[in-house]
Ligand binder design. Sequence first.
Ligand code: KG4
Ligand code: ZN
Length: 340
Amino acid sequence: MTNAPAGRVLGIETSCDETAAAVVDGGSVIVSSVVSSQIDVHARYGGVVPELAGRAHLELLTPVLADALVQAGTDASGEGIDAVAVTYGPGLIGSLLVGLAEAKALALAWQVPLVGVNHLEAHLFASLLERPDLEWPAATLLVSGGHSLVIEVTAPGRYRLLGGTIDDAAGEAFDKVARFLGLGYPGGPAIDQVAPDGDPTAFAFPRSLPGDEFDLSFSGLKTAVVNAVRRHPDAATEDVAASFRQAVVDVLVTRTLDAARSIGARSVCLAGGVAANALLRSTIEEECRGAGLQSFLPSRALCTDNAAMVAAAGAWGLANRGASPLTLGADPNLALVPAA
Ligand code: KG4
Ligand code: ZN
């Protein structure tokens, strides 16, 4: 059993290239959620530039916070806010520090608890925001720009790592292939947009399933795309994108469903930015229906980085693990499950 979260929590998220603030009530009611993307800042470099991300967070955080507080019916006085939750890792150190410093200052000024939140755990809480009645255990696929993990969730706060990528993260593969194809940044949405106009069987890209557990690998696939385009320079970009997306989705769905069967899961969840992928969403739903499993896909806005998931994870953390000290530091390499 876990303690039910209570009160209004302000969440702050600045781990990568989204500056976000949100107020969540009782751990699951989103009162306000503001996300300011830095896509324009990084697009011409084809990826996130850490130094620029930190500076952009500094500029954007104050207005984003003000917006989230006003939409929640309060202001800089923080009246009605019972705690401040903030992502303290994993992520870019300069970016994490901007959010952390702000959160500490607000907790101190408002005299409310500070709660440090693990960004990966926050992604898992995105599911609970929309489906507090989720049935456990859940096989969860957490796929983002920096991580690709297959996780058994037995209850909020109880995670077991079943597998992970041995090289690139799924989102990283989307971003690198999109950049190579000249489709722009971020790559996932760009590929999702052109792929429906292509033939997913045009190229037989490899489906890499390393080891005998639930690990993932995408670097061979990325190289296969580069080699195929060099060999067939006239190939339609749509066909390459569609074939690449199909290969990624095939391995993600295979691994997730195999993991679900092996743990006797009652539900299957998706989390992280790549969970916004249209083909991944429709395929997982279809396969789960066929396997008699309940599937849950958070809305796209809650899959990509946002602060509502941080506030939700913080509310639960406060009720079940207690507040964090004001000396809390940023941890760029924070893991979801500490190494044994
Ligand atoms: O969770 P997220 O917003 O940030 C991290 O924590 O990394 O994930 C960002 C990643 C990027 O690599 C982006 O290309 C990918 O999620 N992404 C997608 C889609 N939307 C975002 N990948 C595939 N299809 C999408 N529709
Ligand atoms: Zn994320």
